[in-house]
Design a protein around this ligand. Structure first.
Ligand code: AMP
Length: 263
């Protein structure tokens, strides 16, 4: 990971990450990525963490919040999914190992994800604030984030904890379909695509992410219980935790999110 620019270039060689994720170029490309200039919002700057088990709807809530707060949705999982689109030979050994962990539902090594976040420190310090989704997932990552924020003289606004029962989670994840092309997410029950197997936005092919396959879902839930659940107490002790029941429709959960942030 010594030469950030070289690595970012190799990770994006010949691919359209810049085009599809142009508004988050610095997040997808790390050191080499340049975002359009961001003006600080006229009101409060929000620096939020989104915490919760896989399938609790953090990503969907982050997309709603992005509209409401004009802050970037920074998802660590999105970085890995973007790297998954690269040809095998264009992936660094660390990225290959990360993708193999991800497809089995395991957590990627702390050292890898912490290094990826450090390369994206500009996103953490962005004047528009941020919505960090999927990081931290372990206490070691939480400590690393605390260090980065301290170095940048920044404070978190809050940690939004989306709490959902395990049965709901398994049902949600197993019905989830993602578009290969534009990454739109559908659900067989709650948000079915207009025609089976085809994205209603771009016509792309819908597929079930490898980490959404039932065996991987159980591995992810166990990883969550073991490594991520202790973060609830960690942020509660720091007075930052806001618990939001993640049951019901995404719009209902967003209403709770709004209320909780006083929006
Ligand atoms: P997500 O989209 O947040 O569910 O992330 C998808 C997968 O990426 C996870 O199941 C992990 O394999 C990996 N991943 C994402 N963020 C992290 C993290 N902070 N620490 C370790 N692994 C991660």
């Amino acid at each position: 990971m010594s030469n950030i620019r070289e690595r970012a270039e190799s990770e994006t060689k010949g691919h359209s990450i810049m085009n599809t994720h142009g508004e988050r170029a610095a997040w997808f490309l790390g050191g080499a990525g340049v975002c359009p200039p961001v003006a600080a919002p006229a009101g409060k700057i929000y620096r939020l963490l989104l915490l919760g088990p896989p399938g609790s709807g953090k990503g969907t809530q982050a997309e709603h919040l992005k509209e409401a707060l004009n802050a970037c949705h920074l998802s660590m999982g999105d970085i890995f999914r973007a790297a998954q689109e690269l040809d095998e030979e264009d992936r660094t050994p660390a990225m290959r190992e990360a993708l193999s962990a991800m497809s089995e539902g395991r957590l990627v090594a702390d050292a890898t994800v912490i290094a990826l976040l450090r390369e994206r420190v500009r996103c953490v310090a962005c004047p528009g604030g941020f919505l960090l989704d999927g990081f931290p997932r372990t206490l070691a990552q939480a400590h690393a984030l605390e260090g980065i924020l301290r170095e940048q003289r920044l404070d978190l606004t809050a940690v939004l904890y989306y709490d959902a029962p395990h049965e709901d989670i398994v049902r949600r994840i197993s019905g989830r379909l993602t578009c290969r092309q534009c990454k739109s997410v559908y659900h067989l029950e709650h948000n079915p695509p207009p025609s089976p197997g085809k994205c209603g936005v771009c016509g792309g092919e819908l597929y079930r992410r490898p980490d959404d396959q039932p065996e991987a879902v159980w591995v992810r839930l166990r990883a969550y219980e073991r490594s991520t659940a202790p973060l609830v107490a960690y942020y509660e002790e720091r007075g930052l935790l806001r618990t939001i029941p993640a049951v019901g429709k995404p719009g209902e959960v967003f209403e709770r999110t709004r209320k909780c942030l006083g929006l």
